[in-house]
Design a protein around this ligand. Structure first.
Ligand code: SF4
Length: 168
């Protein structure tokens, strides 16, 4: 059974432009992360504690996101959405639940660019939607001359195998 929670907001606007991840918004479809990395920065934050033990889907994410993106467009605010700033958007439960996939569909519909942070190969399942976002996403003015398109995907790899580490 999947744990579910209701949230007040799903799209969080950054107070200032994030020059490292290039994001203007953060969005986490899930609370908690099944990857449970021992070095995760969120362990020491308000999201921390027994991080990784419990994963909960934000069950009202889809209607909330539609509403918040419509409001952003109305205010003429566009920017990159960082998907997975505090929890991997592809936890094990995503395979059946498809919440992240649904969220990507909405992001495509409203033509927002994205930066996805993940360690999961499940992202390959959503290549069709990611290609669609790449075609339609509207970049914020300050990045138009810096990026080719509106999809960035970042992976991080960890290994104790020195040979592999050198290759990476
Ligand atoms: S995948 Fe990322 S968010 Fe999840 S536990 Fe590891 S470092 Fe933290």
């Amino acid at each position: 059974m999947v744990n579910e929670i209701n949230v007040k907001t799903i799209l969080n606007k950054n107070k200032k432009h994030d020059g490292w991840f290039l994001g203007n918004y953060t969005l986490n479809p899930y609370a908690g992360c099944s990857m449970a990395c021992i070095y995760c920065y969120t362990r020491g934050s308000k999201y921390g504690g027994d991080y990784g033990v419990e994963v909960a889907a934000k069950s009202n994410a889809v209607p909330l996101l539609k509403k918040q993106l419509k409001n952003s467009i109305r205010r003429n605010e566009r920017g990159i959405i960082i998907l997975g700033s505090a929890a991997d958007p592809y936890p094990l439960v995503e395979k059946d639940l498809t919440l992240t996939r649904e969220i990507l569909g909405i992001i495509k519909r409203y033509k927002f660019p994205i930066h996805i942070l993940t360690k999961s190969k499940l992202i390959i399942r959503d290549m069709d939607i990611l290609k669609g976002i790449k075609e339609v996403a509207i970049l914020p003015d300050e990045l138009i001359n810096k990026l080719d398109n509106g999809v960035i995907i970042s992976f991080s790899f960890s290994t104790l195998n020195e040979k592999l580490a050198k290759i990476i």
